[in-house]
Design a protein around this ligand. Structure first.
Ligand SMILES: O=c1ccn([C@@H]2O[C@H](COP(=O)(O)O)[C@@H](O)[C@H]2O)c(=O)[nH]1
Length: 273
């Protein structure tokens, strides 16, 4: 999916919500555990109930890899289900990959070609030659960690070297890489006050923003400081939506939780006019 197609979906749905599909078998309704593929059945119900309220789905691969081959199969079935039934949805493999060039090329092939995701998250620590193999795929985005939502972000990302914080160096340097227009960046919702500085460096880029909901990030603040004239934000909530209820009403409860965020987003979008 191109950036233009993503922006068109945001305008059409009046939503820039990304729903995180982080399936933990200890948290899903017990009756699903009796099915052959509980992870997929859970995802399918959530997707069918929420696709009209969101523009993106983000399975974090850790939640699938944790269950071995069965988990990877569930991930494959989930992305195939989205691509077949809701091809307008933007998909993010939250895998945080990145390695020497030839290895990164294989990661890119796995997520873009084999699984068919629109984008993948990548760690910037190994630099340009570890990220560019992802960027060489047409109409695919590479979402690089910039300033993460966790407390540990302050261990390295905000530390200064040569008078500049590391996350700013990551942002600035990456803008010169081949196909940099296909980069997006992860910035945590818990770091709302940093968005002004980030927008000075990457005014036009999309930012994937996790941390709303369970981690306590504030949607209004993120939008106030981080929104650009194309919206430029994908706000992710995982646990806050998919575990809204553990009962048989889990999909309806997820939809209600997604609706609350979508309505808040619609109001914010209306306020920009
Ligand atoms: O800085 C980051 C980068 C990634 N994540 C991931 O996003 C979701 C957040 O889940 P919630 O349940 O809404 O807290 C999860 O997959 C994280 O691994 C992040 O939180 N922060």
């Amino acid at each position: 999916m191109t950036t233009e197609q993503l922006v068109a979906q945001i305008n059409k749905k009046q939503s820039f919500l990304c729903i995180g599909l982080d399936v933990d078998l200890t948290k899903i309704p017990p009756q699903l555990l009796e099915t052959e593929d509980p992870i997929f059945e859970f995802n399918k119900a959530i997707i069918d109930a929420t696709h009209h309220l969101a523009v993106a789905y983000k399975p974090n691969t850790a939640f699938y890899e944790a269950y071995g081959i069965k988990g990877w199969k569930s991930l494959e079935k989930t992305i195939q289900y989205i691509n077949t039934h809701y091809p307008e949805m933007y998909t993010i493999a939250d895998a945080k990959r990145g390695d020497i060039g030839n290895t990164s090329a294989m990661y890119a092939k796995a997520f873009f070609e084999d699984l068919g995701f629109d984008s993948v998250t990548v760690a910037p620590y190994m630099g340009k030659d570890s990220v560019e193999p992802f960027l060489s795929f047409e109409d695919k985005h590479t979402i690089m960690l910039a300033l993460t939502s966790n407390e540990g972000a302050f261990d390295f990302q905000t530390k200064e070297t040569e008078g500049k914080e590391l996350y700013k160096q990551v942002l600035e340097t990456s803008t010169s890489w081949n196909n940099a227009s296909q980069l997006m960046y992860v910035v945590g919702a818990t770091k709302a006050t940093y968005f002004t500085e980030i927008r000075k460096i990457v005014p036009d880029s999309f930012l994937l923003v996790p941390g709303v909901g369970a981690q306590g990030g504030n949607l209004q603040d993120v939008c106030k400081y981080g929104m650009n004239n194309q919206v430029g934000l994908l706000i992710n909530s995982s646990r806050g939506i998919i575990y809204a209820s553990k009962g048989t009403d889990f999909a309806a409860a997820a939809a209600a939780s997604a609706l609350t965020l979508q309505q808040e987003m619609q109001q914010i979008l209306a306020g920009r006019k």
